[in-house]
Design a binder for this molecule. Sequence first.
Ligand code: GLP
Length: 252
Amino acid sequence: MFLIFPDPQSIANYLSSLFIEKIQKKPNLVLGLATGSTMEPVYARFVQKVHACAVDLSKVTTFNLDEYVGLSATHPQSYNYYMHQHLFDLLGFDQQRLFLPDGKCNDLQEQCEQYSQRIKEVGGLDVQLLGVGSNGHIGFNEPGTSFNSRTHVVGLSERTRIDNSRFFDDKNEMPTQAITMGILDIMEAKEVILVATGAHKAEVMANYWRSPVCESMPASVLKQHPKALVILDEAAASLLPAEVCQPAMAMT
Ligand code: GLP
C-alpha cells in the first residue's frame, strides 16, 4: 500500500509531526536522514514546527545516508553542506551527534566500516528516511548493489550522474563516486519511510510497484521490511492503480 497526499507540502506537514511525536516519545531517537530536493520541504516544515513546539533535539542522533567522494563539507553541493543549510544549523542539535560520511577522507574503506559500526553502537536506526533515484536507487545504492551491503564506496551510474548534475553549475564537477550506507544498514532500521514527489517520480514508483524484490531495483528490498511506509504525492502516484493507493488526510 502507498500512502498518498495531495502535494509535497502536506507530506512535509505529516512527516514533521510524525518525527516530532517520535522525538517527544524517545528523546534520544536515532534518525537516518536523506538529502535531495524531495526532502527540502520536509526539513523546512520540520524546522518551523520544532520552533513552534519548542522540541528538545539535544539528544537526537542522526546518520546521513550518503555523500559524494571528493567534495569537502564546505562545497555547496556536498550533502554535508546541504544538511547544515537545511537542518543542522537551524535547530538545537548536539553537533557531536550528527554523523555524515566524509567525502574527503583519506581512508574511505576504513571510514565505511566505522560508519556501519557506529550505527550499531548507538543501537541502530529507529527511523530511516529515504528518497528514491529515477533508477530505483536508495541512498546511492545503484541497481545491482548486493542486498547484503554495508556502507561502501560506489561508482555512480550514468543515469544518476545525469539526474544529479542539475545541481552543479559546472557539470564537470559532478562526482563519479559516492559513499553510501548499504542496503543491509538501511534494512536494519526499525522503520523505513520512503518519500517520492512530483510527476518525474511516477515512472520509478510504477516500476517499484511492478518489480519483484530484486537487486536490479534497489528500492524493491523495502517490500521485505516489516515496517516500511511509502509516501507519495498525487503526481508521483499517477501511474499506480487506485487499489494500491490509500489517500491520507492532509495534516497541518
Ligand atoms: C540522490 C540521493 C538519494 C536521493 C535521490 C533523489 O541521488 N543520493 O538519496 O533519494 O537523489 O533525489 P531527489 O529528492 O532530488 O529527487
